[in-house]
Write a new protein. Structure first.
Length: 509
């Protein structure tokens, strides 16, 4: 009896050992293989940057950067080479204490200079304009703003991947910059799929990718490239940050300084002393979904932009198609509520920048004829022909329709049905664009424009720029009788507001 029990136990142990051996040699599933390879690549990357424990011990980092913005969809030209303007600033991130400071200084073509700051000490927050020494907002900084700036250093990308390792998958090997790279992917805290390219030899991050969409041409990949590394103390850090969209460079930012664990007091993360508190208008500034300017003339709000809608006897003309598909659908629905039974026959755009014409494809799907300048015909033909909208199919993708497009003749077009009239003018080459349309309603003495006079939403008059001065000069020479100036950006203005804006600009200079 005793011997049989011993034999039974030995047999049981042998069976368990065999089962374990079988489990160790079983073929891994594709998911297991992908995870294990991704984990190998991730661990090698963490080691290359100094090791997980050392990276987690970093309390804060500082980056001073000086480079350029490359103005794709914001240049005078519709194709590369695009205009470039300087971009510089300082970024300080203290994620452990929830503290953030970022000042950025740059400009858009046409004299649109800006210098803003974003800061929070974990409790107080501020968005400031350095040029006007003004606090624009004290709203809390959203967590994604902090996380997005953490990704300026690849160290934090790897830490995030490690903390979310259950999401890790290997995409194998791929060539980038003529070198083999190990590629892995994971879902970020926001649920966005992020793809990392680690150099197969050095294990340092060369770039990461995010899938996004372009309002004009559809599916797009955003690439954040780290073109080189150098040693700062015990850590390897990038020499620069380069951003590409659809393969085109839109930002090049060399890192002048990268530092770790500097000593900062809470004052560093507050608005500077002497900055004016958020402005309040004499009367509350309201942004209703529509504002009736005159009989059959409406200013419609959509996506933070203003769109002019003018009703004729049997149709509607819309001036400006800003933002993208969702903004255009919002505006079109409002037009149909205000002027039921009248189709949108025409949609005019002041210029091709995406914050002014990014929603033009929706109006093509609506059956509207697009009105533009001769020099932009080929651009909008390419926009209408784009078919690569699979991430987020827009209205034209779901309801295809051929493009109907007309241009101004000799710099002017007049549309009238006897009761209502609208005149479109190309004001000619200026600091911002080579061709720029304004819409004029002679009966109402209204001129509608984009980017020529941009007043703050709080209703005050701010200094203009070279583009504002060019518009004021053109308006004076045109002889048009104008009482109200309506813009895509900002509240309704007067001729006096325009003159004050130009005067403030010249006083600064």
């Amino acid at each position: 009896m005793r011997i049989s029990k011993i034999a039974f136990r030995l047999g049981l142990f042998a069976a368990l050992a065999a089962a374990c051996a079988l489990g160790q040699t079983k073929e891994l599933t594709a998911s297991e293989q992908s995870y294990r390879e991704a984990r190998r690549v991730l661990d090698a990357g963490l080691a290359a940057y100094g090791g997980l424990d050392a990276l987690r011990a970093i309390e804060n980092f500082t980056i001073r950067h000086e480079g350029h913005t490359v103005h794709r969809h914001q240049s005078r030209r519709t194709d590369a080479p695009y205009e470039r303007t300087p971009l510089s600033g300082t970024l300080i991130v203290d994620a452990r204490r929830g503290r953030l400071y970022h000042d950025n200084k740059g400009s858009y073509p046409g004299g649109f200079n800006w210098h803003w700051g974003l800061m929070t000490n974990g409790k107080d927050a501020a968005r400031v304009t350095f040029l006007e020494r003004r606090i624009n907002s004290t709203q809390a900084i959203p967590p994604q703003a902090l996380r997005g700036r953490l990704r300026w250093l690849p160290h934090n990308l790897l830490i995030s991947a490690h903390e979310r390792s259950v999401q890790l998958h290997s995409l194998g090997r791929a060539n980038f910059d003529k070198r083999p790279h190990d590629v892995l992917t994971y879902a970020t805290e926001e649920g966005v799929q992020l793809t990392l390219y680690l150099d197969a030899r050095t294990h340092l991050v060369s770039k990461f990718e995010l899938l996004t969409g372009d309002p004009y041409f559809g599916d797009s990949v955003q690439e954040i490239i780290f073109p080189g590394h150098r040693a700062v103390g015990q850590f390897q850090v990038p020499t620069a940050r380069v951003t590409r969209l659809m393969g085109e460079v839109v930002e090049e930012i060399p890192f002048v300084e990268v530092a770790f664990n500097k000593t900062y007091g809470d004052e560093q993360f507050k608005a500077p002393a002497g900055f004016a508190a958020p402005a309040t208008a004499a009367a509350p500034v309201e942004n209703p979904p529509s504002n009736k300017l005159a009989e059959n003339v409406y200013l419609i709000r959509g996506g933070g932009y203003n769109v002019l809608a003018v009703g004729f006897k049997d149709h509607v003309m819309v001036v400006e198609t800003p933002g993208g598909d969702s903004t255009s659908r919002e505006v079109i629905a409002r037009v149909k509520e205000l002027m039921p039974g009248k189709p949108i026959k025409y949609a005019a755009v002041t210029h091709h920048h995406d914050d002014h014409a990014g929603g033009v494809r929706t109006y093509i799907a609506e059956g509207a004829t697009i009105i533009t300048t001769p020099g932009l015909r080929s651009f909008f033909e390419r926009v209408a022909a784009a078919r690569n909208f699979t991430f987020n199919p827009d209205t034209l993708t779901r309801s295809p329709r051929p493009l109907s497009l007309e241009t101004l003749r000799n710099g002017k077009r007049v549309f009238t049905d006897g009761a209502q009239t609208i005149e479109l003018y190309d004001i000619g080459s200026g600091p911002h664009m080579d061709e720029m349309i304004v819409a004029y309603l002679p009966q109402e003495k209204i001129v509608f424009q984009g980017d020529l006079l941009n007043r703050p939403e709080d209703g005050r008059v701010a200094p203009g720029n070279a583009t504002t001065a060019h518009f004021a000069d053109w308006l004076k020479k045109s002889g048009l009788a104008v009482e109200r100036i309506v813009g895509v950006h900002g509240p309704v203005s007067t001729l006096d507001d325009l003159h004050k804006s130009v005067a403030l600009m010249r006083a600064q200079n």
